[in-house]
Design a protein. Structure first.
Lengths: 364, 364
């Protein structure tokens, strides 16, 4: 069956911007597209023992994350589950931020955990005050705490380092969900003082999917990587987590990933510029301001107003943008929507702002 | 970093032969290589709701597997874990065949299950007599039974249908691990009488990896796909299992997969021919004879004898084959090794046999 993408000149979809393959990643995709092609790097070796992969897991990734150890996972959510499954037991309580991704909840429920959420500050900032964890830690004695850094809605950057100190003080294992940070912006597990860091390679690391990374402190190695006595393979990872095309694309893209995080300041500057330009059109950015991430959540009463009278209803915005070569805002949405400015040029962002201006002027 | 495959004219690696992309699969690979490109089929829809994917999961796959329902998993082993995790509880006993893959053991240990194995018949056939399950079922009252069909060592095809009757009689949930069958040979969950069937797309379904499929009877739907009340997403699959490039390659390859299983008779005939020709060289095929699968396990005392005197020791075989454009036998192995004849032509197999003949004649 023929499957085709609906492509556009400018794609604003926050879930896609960080996962666009580099040239090198695309070459690896083509080279390693067949099912188990990865075995052809060093015939006869287990994947984890292939020198380039072993080196990547044992040196490159821990250096990059400033973790002690690193492991491929099947995705960010699976990495979160791996940790929860290894260090908690059914009935335990965990504390998570109120901006957490839904998969944090399903992973915890899959482990039969009780979940306590740290509320955000509500509209318009939706901020997480990490100091709020402390009371809850004292009250619930959690098996672990989790912080989404940043979250995928408002993409607020909470004070992860301060939470690291609180976690250290109360000796609670601390997991950072970096699905929207690792691969985009500089981040150090060590500086944050976390026990675990979770990454999404298809979301933020210029890789094919699904693929995630788990970084951790050395002290968790034996628990996470415990081997079966019967078959001498790791139990939590069912023997092998890292098979497939995505691993090759990540390794191939990695040099460029390290380079691009050096330009994070420029990315933030662009996001702020875009946010300010959109606000001039009566489209308000929610979440932290000034903003510290390329993912932006907007509230657009002016577009909602148009949708109420337009014959295409809420779908007019998607269609009008599409006509202008712009995609990535969910069809049907007008009142609230998310975009990412990641790796778009100022010229492209200006084109997007102009498109919004035109659409408002033509339809209001 | 530049990653390259060591390619050869003829690759005999059993783990790779069924996962080679079709032309259509390769087109989908390139189209959907970026991280979350799959969202571009129908912008705004959840992956499971994209019509072509929904149709594939709800119609094409259940028809193909003769299951009631089907679901993508992150691989065969993850699918086995999904089932175990949903239908057993820690401390339960399961019964598996002695030829099971190591990941059956790690998946069970990850669920804290007790494992009872049905022994195989030992050398030279290593057959599983499915009638042996019945006594063990009576004795251990297992939460589920598992049969590897075929196993990845001797690739024996056990009497899965007979075990279906035994499972039915004792009302024990019955899982078929079809990682080496689904996508290669005709197989029907319904005819076998199994509750679950597990597939490996990167191993046997001309797909990029990692990707698996879980087929199941309707009666397990509510248990497997139970949703979180907090976030309205499936708990066992942490909200979404089917994201990524591999899904696109599978769907694109699927028409060819359905066609190729119609030629299974020819594949078996080729495997038997190859086995007989190798035996003429003093290389014995272990496992069922006549053989019923493309994966063949050989015992080659003659090659082992050479390795004892050769300056390259056990590595001579790999090197001699490589010189002749043949790969896929693990470097270092001579006494026992596995190959697959899947989708190789008779001419190619003759070339392989000639190579072995030459290597023996030149080195003995």
């Amino acid at each position: 069956m023929l499957l085709k993408r609906q492509k556009s000149e400018i794609n604003l979809n926050p879930i896609q911007r960080g996962g666009i393959l580099t040239k090198e990643g695309r070459e690896a995709l083509i080279e390693f597209g067949d099912g188990y092609a990865i075995y052809d790097i060093s015939p006869g070796l287990e994947i984890e023992d292939i020198p380039v992969i072993k080196d990547f897991l044992e040196k490159e990734l821990p250096e990059f994350l400033e973790s002690d150890i690193a492991k491929f996972t099947l995705g960010a959510r699976e990495g979160i589950f791996n940790v929860m499954h290894c260090i908690t037991k059914p009935g335990d309580t965990i504390i998570v931020d109120g901006n957490r991704h839904y998969s944090t909840i399903t992973a915890a429920e899959r482990c039969k955990l009780k979940i306590v959420e740290v509320k955000n500050s509500g509209k318009p900032d939706y901020k997480i005050n990490v100091e709020d964890y402390e009371e809850l830690i004292k009250k619930h004695k959690p098996s672990m705490i989790l912080l989404t850094y940043p979250d995928g809605n408002y993409s607020n950057i909470p004070d992860a380092k301060k939470l690291g100190k609180i976690a250290g003080k109360h000796k609670v294992p601390y997991l950072i969900n970096g699905a929207y940070s690792v691969g985009r912006m500089p981040i150090s597990m060590k500086k944050i003082g976390a026990d675990f860091i979770i990454c999404s390679c298809h979301k933020s690391m210029a890789s094919s999917g699904p693929l995630g990374i788990l970084g951790a402190k050395k002290k968790w190695e034996k628990i996470l990587f415990k081997k079966s006595e019967l078959v001498n393979k790791e139990i939590e990872f069912i023997g092998s987590e890292s098979r497939g095309t995505s691993v090759a694309t990540l390794i191939a893209s990695f040099t460029k990933i390290k380079e691009r995080i050096e330009n994070w300041d420029k990315e933030v500057k662009k996001a702020r510029y875009f946010s300010a330009e959109m606000e001039k059109l009566g489209i308000m950015q929610l979440g932290e301001k000034p903003h510290n991430h390329d993912l932006l959540f907007f509230e657009a009463p002016v577009l909602y107003e148009i949708s109420q009278k337009h014959k295409k209803r809420g779908y007019f915005l998607h269609q009008e943008l599409k006509k202008r070569g712009i995609s990535g805002i969910k069809p049907g949405l007008t009142k609230n929507f998310k975009v990412s400015t990641y790796q778009l040029t100022k010229k492209e962002l200006d084109k997007v702002v102009s498109a919004f201006r035109e659409i408002i002027e033509e339809n209001l």
